[in-house]
Design a protein around this ligand. Structure first.
Ligand SMILES: NC(=O)c1ccc[n+]([C@@H]2O[C@H](COP(=O)([O-])OP(=O)(O)OC[C@H]3O[C@@H](n4cnc5c(N)ncnc54)[C@H](O)[C@@H]3O)[C@@H](O)[C@H]2O)c1
Length: 347
């Protein structure tokens, strides 16, 4: 049994906690959050050891093997370092950290510790993205020329069933490290690297449609030396989107055809949910593994990334998303911020 501590129980942390409780061979034994309300929710979900101070979870919690960190971005480096020093495996929400220097430091610590660290690059675990990558690798669209990756949603302004204020750290650049680019553009850049290989940012433009101290939109052009492909990234926080609506698409243009996620995701997410519900019932009856969250289509990726992380710990192998993937994505983000600053100075 892998014993787990969950650190940070906000929007993402609670989702990870709930997902972890459904993974075979995993037990969430501890949770930490500075909010008593969040700890109460974890208690209701059966977590026994609760801490307001995550340092105490790391120092005193009984023999945990791994932690899931979903703290605000600026707390990632310290919490990762302490967890690795305690000999724990780490799943950390993206971004790995806010700066390249912090990411490099973490990469060194991971190598030294011999533990597994995976960054939450959840979109790589989305069914449609896996299918597109499989088809690309089989050569179905020939050589990849251009990838278009876009996600325009409401970011931290997401509308839960019970509306909640957005945590302040999101709009403090020192704590968040950035806005829509670091939040959503991050995933689009990671997908470009996933499809095309390592890249450089050749154009970057940031938007400030709202009066926020961080950008609410970003458009980038990327170029990969590895594959010679170009990427167009369009990301934003300015559109009201209520789940199951999800304004995300990936299009791969090859010299022998194209693949678009729009043609490959379920057309009607409500009928998909109903079908998956019935399939899961059948899976349960015949003793097959139930695909938890498969009815939500997009949200299943969060379950599958965590399942993969724990599988890697069980099998003692490296996760598909390495610490270098986290580091290289942050490098490109920082390049994009620097380029956007340069071009705004010239105007
Ligand atoms: N993969 C994705 O698609 C995705 C989506 C949203 C957020 N994220 C990432 O997940 C992480 C968390 O984001 P969120 O939306 O859950 O944020 P959030 O503000 O909802 O949650 C953060 C939690 O951390 C707790 N916290 C803050 N400071 C603390 C401290 N010093 N000690 C203990 N607890 C503390 C807060 O009480 C809160 O419960 C961020 O790194 C964010 O970038 C990823």
């Amino acid at each position: 049994m892998i014993k787990v501590g969950v650190i940070g129980l906000g929007r993402m942390g609670m989702l990870h906690l709930m997902n972890a409780t459904k993974i075979e061979g995993v037990k969430v034994v501890a949770a930490a959050d500075s909010s008593k309300k969040a700890l109460k929710k974890a208690e209701i979900l059966g977590v026994k050891e609760l801490f307001e101070d995550y340092h105490k979870l790391l120092n005193t919690s009984s023999d945990i093997d791994a932690v899931i960190i979903s703290l605000p971005n600026f707390l990632h480096p310290e919490s990762i370092r302490l967890a690795l020093e305690e000999g724990l495996n780490v799943f950390v929400e993206k971004p790995l950290a806010n700066t390249v220097e912090e990411c490099e430091e973490i990469a060194k610590l991971v190598r030294k510790s011999g533990r597994r660290l995976m960054v939450g690059h959840c979109l790589r675990f989305l069914g449609v993205i896996e299918k597109m990558k499989g088809s690309l690798d089989k050569g179905i669209i020939g050589r990849l020329e251009v990838a278009t990756l876009e996600e325009v949603i409401n970011g931290p302004f997401a509308h839960p069933r019970v509306p909640a204020p957005v945590s302040d750290w999101w709009f403090d650049p020192k704590k968040s490290g950035g806005g829509a680019l670091l939040d959503i553009g991050y995933h689009m850049i990671d997908l470009f690297r996933f499809f095309a290989g390592d890249a450089e940012v050749v154009f970057s433009s940031l938007d400030h449609k709202f009066s926020l101290p961080v950008e609410d939109g970003a458009i980038l052009v990327l170029h990969s030396d590895e594959s010679a492909a170009k990427g167009i990234v369009n990301s934003g926080w300015y559109q009201q989107t209520i789940f199951p609506k999800y304004n995300f698409r990936a299009i791969l243009h090859g010299n022998a055809g194209f693949l678009s996620s729009d043609y490959m995701v379920p057309r009607n997410l409500y009928s998909h949910a109903a079908k998956e519900g019935v399939k899961n019932l059948f899976r349960k009856v015949v003793g097959k593994k139930v695909r938890y969250l498969s009815y939500t289509y997009y949200y299943e990726a969060f379950y599958r990334e965590l399942e993969h992380f724990f599988d890697c710990i069980k099998k003692d192998v490296d996760p598909l998303v390495s610490v270098e993937d986290g580091l290289n994505t942050v490098k490109l983000i920082r390049q994009a911020y620097a380029l956007a600053d340069e071009s705004s100075c010239k105007k």
